[in-house]
Design a protein around this ligand. Sequence first.
Ligand code: COA
Length: 170
Amino acid sequence: MNELTIHPRADDHMKGCVQALATVHAADRYPADWPVDPEGWLTPRSMLDAWVAVDGSAVVGHVVLARPEEALAVAVGLPSQRLVSVARLFVSAGARRRGVAARLLDKAIGVAAADGLRPVLEVEAGATAAINLYERAGWRYVGSSTADWMTADGRVAQLRFYVAPSDHRT
Ligand SMILES: CC(C)(COP(=O)(O)OP(=O)(O)OC[C@H]1O[C@@H](n2cnc3c(N)ncnc32)[C@H](O)[C@@H]1OP(=O)(O)O)[C@@H](O)C(=O)NCCC(=O)NCCS
């Protein structure tokens, strides 16, 4: 791996983002179904900001900050105006366990903290790598709910809700 750098996502990163996402879908079935419009899936209407991790010239990771859904705010017990949601976090299958996701999460949490917002997220219960990542980084589990979609292995998705540690320093 070359030197890893984190950048605000720009239009010319989108092709690389979709290529990276394709490796993630093949390895992990994330997302469970390949989207008809992958660039659109990477750009939800609630999106506020997005960053990419770049290795050389290749996009190897991606994260979004978005306005949280109300269910997440209710689970956390704080008004949604004080929260921001971490979403669309993934790292290319070939760039794992090198701290790429940790760097992206740090970036997103730092920007949220600078804006006075508390990061929250939801993760499907079968995403064990992601759950380990969040719990190891100090995110606090605050509840769960049953989703309205099926996982790739045929289960009804179970969402776990987390809130970021409050002591983040950038
Ligand atoms: C979850 C994911 C983003 C982690 O990316 P990554 O760059 O490999 O993660 P990092 O290298 O930053 O890992 C940091 C820590 O998280 C934990 N972790 C990450 N992957 C793990 C795994 N497969 N198994 C167990 N723990 C894991 C470890 O504690 C790790 O620290 P360590 O390597 O020193 O033990 C990546 O596996 C991925 O893209 N998964 C599919 C998409 C997904 O589930 N996204 C989350 C949606 S909510």
